[in-house]
Design a binder for this molecule. Structure first.
Ligand code: CA
Length: 219
């Protein structure tokens, strides 16, 4: 089981992330102080750090710089208050692995965490899923059809990813709902059907086949 260190001084956001990650099977540590987070990440078994930029003592960039300075290669996903180009550049230079501009959908953060934690990420694991003309780049979270780039929302991407990971298999509404929407979603909701319609419209109607009484299948 992977342990995630959440460095965030805003209790509401820290609790939102921690609750979601625990539901997804992770253990979590929450630390509001940058200084304390550096010591925690260096002494505790931490598999990944979710790091806010704005902290009460040293900021997230300084936390990251100290971790890398101490030789820690732990994956770090930074939470930036805005999708600021300057913040991204600074973060990249300090060695962040990824970014999440606030506010964000939990599933998108989860997807980014899972990509970073996948064993041998970047070597053996495919970073692009393809089926027919359809392809999903898991690093950039971009979709394309026959080489043409298509904009998908985070949720649509997560749903499409579930289909491309299970080509030809029937996925039930319940499986799709729990996979793409997570813990506290009403199982009676028709949101899966709505989003499959979005995917058909954006990626091609023929890919997402309805299997009556069972769910959907990528064909
Ligand atoms: Ca903050």
């Amino acid at each position: 089981m992977s342990q995630i260190l959440i460095v965030e001084d805003e209790p509401r956001i820290a609790a939102f992330i921690a609750k979601g990650l625990r539901s997804a099977g992770f253990t979590t540590l929450v630390e509001p102080s940058g200084e304390a987070a550096v010591s925690l990440a260096l002494t505790e078994p931490v598999d990944l750090v979710v790091l806010d930029v704005g902290l009460p003592d040293i900021d997230g960039f300084e936390v990251l710089a100290r971790l890398r300075g101490q030789g820690s290669a732990v994956p770090v996903i930074m939470l930036t208050a805005r999708s600021s180009v300057a913040d991204r550049v600074t973060g990249l230079q300090s060695g962040a692995d990824d970014y999440m501009p606030k506010p964000f959908a939990f599933e998108e953060l989860l997807a980014r965490i899972q990509v970073r934690l996948r064993p041998d990420s970047g070597s053996d694991q495919p970073m692009v899923l393809a089926h027919g003309d359809l392809s999903l780049d898991l690093r950039t979270r971009r979709a394309s059809v026959a080489g043409r780039s298509v904009d998908l929302t985070a949720r649509e991407f997560t749903l499409a990813e579930m289909f491309l990971r299970n080509p030809g298999m029937v996925l039930s509404r319940e499986q799709l709902l729990s996979g793409a929407w997570g813990y506290d979603f009403d199982p009676g909701s028709n949101v899966v059907d709505v989003y499959v319609r979005y995917l058909r419209r954006k990626l091609g109607a023929d890919y997402f086949e309805t299997v009556r009484g069972m769910g959907y299948r990528l064909s």
